[in-house]
Structure formats: structure tokens, C-alpha cells
Design a protein around this ligand. Structure first.
Ligand SMILES: NC(=O)C1=CN([C@@H]2O[C@H](COP(=O)(O)OP(=O)(O)OC[C@H]3O[C@@H](n4cnc5c(N)ncnc54)[C@H](O)[C@@H]3O)[C@@H](O)[C@H]2O)[C@@H](O)CC1
Ligand SMILES: [K+]
Length: 591
């Protein structure tokens, strides 16, 4: 389990250690410097004449930084200069620029800069505040570092200096940041980010290491409200912060490395998540399941199981206009290991489903979970019969219909058009699965004045708001999927960007339906479990997609970084469903 803790939680955990005189800043600075030295040495090796071409500005297949565009041997911009040939581990003469703010984040950066200077790097500190960490500044000066102030030199001069550097350390603000970066730091960062964005794809540029967090991100909510210099690597101290796992900020953090300061935050047994600002006792603010967590959640059939005990999934999906969604949702459910799948829908669609999945049953009967809505447009009169089926199922799962009639509520996945049909408060065992556009429509219907850009800018806030407004567990789809449930928030980054393709959501809905059906009674008894199973479904879906795509998401998952099309190739949704058995087997085998 990957856990992210809020700034107040980190501070609270640091407090007793600082009071006991633990040298946390020194530990942080040493770890930061070690990473920077390793990165600089690795980049020099990758640019040395005769070395194989590597990816630049991205994650190499070995998890080490390389080059984003493939460059031929010896194509270093300044030949054997600062970025040119370097012996293994030789970093002497490399240029480092430190961006230094007023607080301890700047202090970490200055102390790390002093260590870099002592290893032979040419270090320049750019001070973005009238007063910075005194001891850190003294250490850098004593080590031979150069110091300039943003109050004395103009921003374009600094931008030019940064362009010539091998590595930039962003130490403007860390967990003490409030709001968007203020001048002069904000202006500098905007100019640096603009200069970087203007570079042709794959052009040489300095490696950017964010100190604790990329300065300017919303540390506790992952928002990006102002300028931020995108990092290639973030070295974060003590624990992951929510902004390093949540979109959109996660996409600016690069490869994330956690330096253990002995805060003990990840050590305690976590029973539930909490809102930012709660004490560590209430658990991490955001969690991300890893494969072994998912293995523990999956219900593996035993010798006494039969199809009914394993879980029957009822699928109301597809219309004559959108029959494919039915095939995809049913395939996701069946391939994920449902004991049985019941398909309910138009006869012609049922025939198509049976043609692809003859094991499906097309008659009504008891189910242990519902999958409602894939391929059923809410505003389509022709979908009336499907709408009626969905209304009926929703009445059962929300408890509107008496248990005497329904035989008791069961968990449900409410997807696509069915989201618009939710009119009553739901239990958390109902998981709604909108993308940003569908969540926007839902929140507007509930009276919130938000547009799609607003949801995309603050996915955590709106996923939570939707959970609070509907009672349902909310799975907000994206390259990083945010899930808000009764016991907290998950942010899953498991799939390749190739997975953003038609029908992928239908497969996810079916897959999640199966996980809910297999643990139906547990979900009803402990509604927080629905969010965990939703996170598990996203992980399995993502891993299946990587398998189809031909790449591997392991490096990204290990790094806690956002996703991207860094490897692999295109995928189609039905192939993702077909890859689920192997993905589940791998997870269960601990692969
Ligand atoms: N507390 C500790 O013992 C440790 C802290 N560490 C470092 O210390 C950092 C926290 O230090 P601080 O509490 O001093 O806070 P920061 O260094 O994160 O930032 C606070 C300073 O930045 C200014 N600032 C705040 N918001 C700003 C904005 N929007 N624009 C421009 N300036 C802004 C404040 O006025 C203040 O001077 C961590 O992120 C981490 O890097 C590490 O050394 C590990 C140990
Ligand atoms: K920073």
C-alpha cells in the first residue's frame, strides 16, 4: 500500500523527532544530494560518446532517468562540455542551479547544494527571498557555491543560466506553501516553465529535481493553481504527500522517491483514510493499492464454492444503438471470474452477447451485484426498456424497494447513462463510475456551479463532493483514477495512457461488478470495502492493459509517478477484458 500524508500530519510526526534533536534536515539534504549525484552521473553516462541512446527527460526502462527523445551517440549539445562525456560516477564540473525559497525547503536545498559543491559540481544558488536559511547559506558558501539573488539579477538572466545547467533543484517551497507561488518565485517559475515548454520535443534541457514537492502544487489536494516547474524527479521527505499521487499535480512530479526520515507514518496499522488535516491516527489522506493489497482483497474460490456462492453479476448494458458496450461489460465481468453473468437487455443485443460469451444467461433472477448503464444513453427514448430495468435495480440497491420484494439490497456499479438516473441517496455499496464530463453533469444536476475544467482541476474535491452528495462511492476515471468512499480516498495510476480508448470503461464496470459480487455480503457489512474493491478493479484493469499494450507499468507504479505512454502500444477494450485472467493470476501469484 502506498500512503500519502498531509502536511499537518507530516509536521506532527516530525515534531517529537525535532524536539529530540534528530538531524532531519541533514538527513534530508544528504539523501537529496545522493539522488542528484546519481542522476547526474547516469545522465552523463547516457550522453557519453558510444553509449546507447536513451530516453531523455523521462523514465528509462531501468527506472533511471534518461532522454525523452532518442538521440544518437555523442549528440550532447555541447560536446564534451558540462553534459558531455563523463566517466562512470564522475560528476565533476557538472552545473547545478538551486532555486531557494525562504523556508526549510530552501534550507534542505542549500545543504544539499553544499554537498554537491564538495563533490566538484559548479553550484549556483538563486535566492528567491530576501532572507533564506542562514546555516544552509553559510554551508553552501563555505563549500564554494555561488550565490545570486532574484532581487539583484533579472529573471531572463536566471532562465539563461538554468538552460545551461545539468540539474536544477527546486527548493522554493515545500509543505509550508500557501496558495500559488508569490513573486518573485512565481515569476521565475513561470518563465522557466515557459522556456521549457518552448523547447522542441527531445531538445536537451536540465534535469529538474523537486525538493519535497514541486513548488507551487497543492501539497494536500494535488491542485495546480499557478506556475509549477515540472520535475523529472521529486525527492520527498518522511512520507508521500497527497499532491504527489493525485492529479493534476502528480503529472508534474516525475519519478517520486521517498526518503525515510524515521517519522513512522507508514509503520502504524492503517484502518481507514481521512480528510486532509486529520491527525495521523485517522490514517493517510490518500492511499494507492499495490498488487499484494489487491491479492488480499480478491476472493479465490475454494472446493466448496459453486457458481452462486462465487457471485452472480447482473448486467443491464447496451441498446440496439450501442450493443458493443453490453459485450464489453459482460466480458469484463465474465473474464474477472464471476460465478455467473446474467445479461438483461434487448433481444438482439442479448444474441450478440451470447455469440461472444455463450456462458452468459439472459434470464432474470437473483444477483449478488448489478452493473448498470454501460452503453445506455440516459436521454434516448429507444433505451426506455433499459432505463426501466435500471430504475428497478436502482430502487433495489438504494433500498427504495422493500427487501421483501428485492430479497435484499446488493452492491452495484452505476456507469454511463445510469449515473443520470440516480435520484435517491445511495449506500456506499453503490459505486458510480463517471469520467470528468459525467461527474460535471451529475454535480450540475445537484446544483453545483462547476464545469468540466473545474472538475479536472480539482478531482479530489469533486469526487469527495459527489460522494457526500449522493452517498455512493465515487470512482472518477482518468489516467490517475480518484476514488472517494466511506473510509477515504484512493488514487490509482495503473494503466498506460493507451487505455484511454472506447469501451475500456465498460470492461472496468463489468470487472468491478464481479469483485463486488464475489464479496457482496462483506461490502454490505463494511461499506468502505466498496472503495477498496473499486481501487482493486482499477489496478487489475491497468495491469491487463499493460499486458495487452506490450509495455510494463511496474517502473511507474514503483515510482508512484503518474502514467504516460512511456512504453507499449495501442490497446482495444475487448483485449483488455481477455487479459484479465492472466492479470489476476499474476497478482495472486505475487508477480
Ligand atoms: N520540519 C522539518 O523538520 C523538516 C522539514 N523539511 C523541509 O522543510 C520544508 C518545510 O519547511 P517550512 O515549514 O519552512 O516551509 P517551506 O520551506 O515549505 O515554505 C515556507 C516559506 O515559504 C514562504 N511561502 C509560503 N507560501 C509561499 C508562496 N505561495 N509563494 C512564495 N513563498 C511562499 C513562506 O513565507 C515561508 O517563508 C519541507 O517541505 C521540507 O523540505 C526537511 O528538512 C525535513 C525536516
Ligand atoms: K520544492
Amino acid at each position: 500500500m502506498i500512503e500519502a500524508w498531509t502536511a499537518p500530519d507530516v509536521r506532527a510526526a516530525e515534531k517529537p523527532l525535532l524536539a529530540a534533536g534528530e538531524p532531519l534536515m541533514s538527513r534530508a539534504a544528504h539523501a537529496l544530494a545522493a539522488t542528484v549525484l546519481r542522476d547526474v552521473a547516469a545522465r552523463r553516462r547516457s550522453l557519453a560518446p558510444g553509449s546507447p541512446p536513451r530516453l531523455r527527460g523521462g523514465l528509462g526502462s531501468d527506472g533511471l532517468p534518461g532522454e525523452a527523445a532518442v538521440r544518437g551517440p555523442g549528440a550532447g549539445r555541447r560536446g564534451a562540455g558540462a553534459r558531455g562525456a563523463g566517466a562512470r560516477g564522475d560528476v565533476r564540473g557538472a552545473r547545478a542551479v538551486l532555486l531557494v525559497g525562504a523556508g526549510n525547503n530552501g534550507g534542505d536545498t542549500l545543504f544539499a547544494g553544499a554537498l554537491l559543491a564538495r563533490r566538484g559540481l559548479a553550484v549556483t544558488a538563486v535566492l528567491a527571498a530576501p532572507r533564506v536559511h542562514d546555516a544552509g547559506l553559510a554551508a553552501l558558501r563555505a563549500a564554494g557555491g555561488r550565490v545570486v539573488s532574484l532581487f539583484d539579477v533579472r529573471v531572463p538572466v536566471v532562465v539563461a543560466e538554468v538552460a545551461e545547467a545539468d540539474v536544477v533543484l527546486d527548493g522554493l517551497v515545500g509543505i509550508g506553501a500557501h496558495g500559488v507561488l508569490r513573486p518573485p518565485a512565481g515569476g521565475l517559475v513561470r518563465a522557466l516553465a515557459d522556456a521549457r515548454a518552448a523547447l522542441p520535443h527531445g531538445a536537451p534541457r536540465p534535469w529538474v529535481v523537486a525538493v519535497d514537492v514541486p513548488s507551487g502544487i497543492g501539497v494536500d489536494d494535488g491542485t495546480v493553481a499557478g506556475p509549477v516547474l515540472p520535475a523529472d524527479r521529486t525527492v520527498t521527505f518522511g512520507a508521500l504527500k497527497p499532491g504527489l499521487v493525485l492529479p493534476p499535480a502528480v503529472h508534474l512530479a516525475g519519478i517520486v522517491e521517498v526518503v525515510d526520515l524515521g517519522l513512522g507514518l507508514g509503520d502504524r496499522r492503517v484502518t481507514g483514510g481521512g480528510a486532509p488535516g486529520r491527525s495521523p491516527a485517522s490514517g493517510p489522506a490518500v492511499r494507492r493499492l499495490e498488487a499484494r493489497d489487491v491479492a488480499a482483497l480478491l476472493r479465490v474460490p475454494g472446493p466448496r464454492d459453486h457458481k452462486y456462492t462465487r457471485g452472480v453479476v447482473g448486467v443491464v448494458a447496451g441498446t440496439e444503438a450501442f450493443p458493443g458496450a453490453a459485450v464489453l461489460a459482460v466480458s469484463g465481468a465474465a473474464r474477472a471470474g464471476a460465478g455467473m453473468v446474467r445479461y438483461l437487455g434487448p433481444e438482439s443485443v442479448g444474441a450478440l452477447v451470447l455469440g461472444r460469451r455463450p456462458e452468459v444467461v439472459t434470464t432474470g433472477g437473483r444477483v449478488q451485484s448489478w452493473v448498470l448503464g454501460p452503453g445506455v444513453p440516459a436521454d434516448d427514448d429507444a433505451a426506455d426498456d433499459q432505463g426501466r430495468r435500471i430504475f428497478g435495480a436502482l430502487a433495489a440497491v438504494t433500498g427504495l424497494l422493500s427487501a421483501d420484494v428485492t430479497g435484499g439490497a446488493v452492491p452495484a456499479v452505476v456507469d454511463a447513462g445510469a449515473i443520470e438516473l440516480v435520484e435517491h441517496r445511495c449506500p456506499p455499496s453503490v459505486v458510480i463510475t463517471p469520467h470528468a464530463g459525467e461527474l460535471t453533469a451529475l454535480m450540475q444536476r445537484l446544483g453545483h456551479g462547476v464545469d468540466r475544467a473545474g472538475v479536472e482541476a480539482e478531482p479530489l474535491r469533486w469526487a469527495r463532493a459527489a460522494h457526500e452528495a449522493t452517498g455512493a462511492t465515487v470512482l472518477l476515471k482518468g489516467s490517475v483514477t480518484v476514488i472517494a468512499g466511506q473510509d477515504g480516498v484512493f488514487a490509482q495510476a495503473d494503466g498506460p495512457a493507451w487505455l484511454a480508448t472506447a469501451g475500456a470503461g465498460d470492461v472496468l464496470a463489468g470487472l468491478l461488478g464481479t469483485l463486488l459480487a464475489s464479496r457482496s455480503a462483506d461490502v454490505l457489512a463494511r461499506p468502505g470495502l466498496a472503495a477498496e474493491l473499486a481501487a482493486a478493479a482499477v489496478l487489475l484493469h491497468g495491469r491487463a492493459a499493460w499486458a495487452v499494450s506490450g509495455g510494463s507499468g511496474d517502473a511507474q507504479a514503483r515510482a508512484g509517478a503518474g502514467t504516460g505512454a512511456r512504453a507499449g502500444g495501442p490497446v482495444v477494450a475487448l483485449d483488455v477484458a481477455d487479459a484479465l485472467p492472466a492479470a489476476i493470476a499474476d497478482v495472486l501469484a505475487g508477480a
